[in-house]
Structures are given as structure tokens and as C-alpha cells.
Design a protein around this ligand. Structure first.
Ligand code: AMP
Ligand code: ZN
Length: 114
């Protein structure tokens, strides 16, 4: 989609530090990390938010979770633990309307989130 930051990262029109990619998803370091490890996992397909997912997206959504596990291992946060977050809509603070899974780790986190 035109003018979508994550579509531009997926197409390599915009630079990013990619940690994993395959035919369905791309994962890259967040430009403004909130923890020692902060990676965003996005589908290549432009899906605006959780509110826009359809039955046909089951596969790619599953792939995002399965790869999150692999990336957590790859970046060494699997043993101590990490958090997976999908912000959805205004109150959750979603800033980029191309669905993305935050993988955050490398420090102790609090609950509930702010
Ligand atoms: P959200 O608030 O869930 O929409 O999160 C958007 C995230 O994208 C934020 O954590 C930003 O720091 C991150 N972000 C924005 N632009 C870029 C970019 N060009 N490369 C990497 N991460 C980005
Ligand atoms: Zn997009």
C-alpha cells in the first residue's frame, strides 16, 4: 500500500535492520526500542489491524507467532521471557496501521502495561 511505512520496509524501499524474513513475514528491529530487544514482526501483506484480519489470514498470523518463538531464541530472550504485543486502535496507541507483533525482551517488565 502506498505510503505505508511497513510496506516500504517489506519492499526494501525503506531501510531497516531485518532479523528474519520469509515468503510471508518480515521481522526487523524497532527504530525506537523500548527494551534491549524490540523486534517488529509484520506480514508482507498489508493488513491494517487486528480488526481487519480475515479467515484467509490464519496462516500468516500463525506464522507470526511461530517465528516469534524462533526469533526470541535467536536473540537470547527465550529463557528469561519476553512479551508479545499487538496494539490495536487509538486507545492502545497504534501508530502504524500495518499489523505488527512487538517482541519485547531483555529486561523485566511490569504488569499491567501503561
Ligand atoms: P504501534 O504503536 O504498535 O503502531 O508501534 C509502531 C512501532 O513502529 C513503534 O514502536 C515505532 O518505534 C516503530 N517504527 C516506526 N517507524 C519505524 C521504522 N521506520 N523502522 C522500525 N520501526 C519503526
Ligand atoms: Zn502496509
Amino acid at each position: 500500500m502506498l505510503d505505508c511505512t511497513f510496506c516500504k520496509i517489506v519492499s526494501r524501499e525503506m531501510p531497516s535492520q531485518i532479523v528474519y524474513e520469509d515468503e510471508e513475514i518480515v521481522a526487523f528491529h524497532d527504530i525506537n526500542p523500548q527494551a534491549p530487544v524490540h523486534v517488529l514482526i509484520v506480514p508482507r501483506k498489508h493488513i491494517e489491524s487486528v480488526l481487519d484480519v480475515t479467515e484467509e489470514d490464519r496462516g500468516v498470523l500463525g506464522a507470526m507467532l511461530v517465528r516469534a518463538k524462533d526469533i526470541a531464541r535467536q536473540l537470547g530472550v527465550d529463557e528469561k521471557g519476553f512479551r508479545l504485543v499487538i496494539n490495536t486502535g487509538k486507545y492502545a496507541g497504534q501508530a502504524i496501521y500495518h499489523i505488527h507483533l512487538h517482541l519485547i525482551g531483555g529486561r523485566r517488565m511490569t504488569w499491567p502495561p501503561g
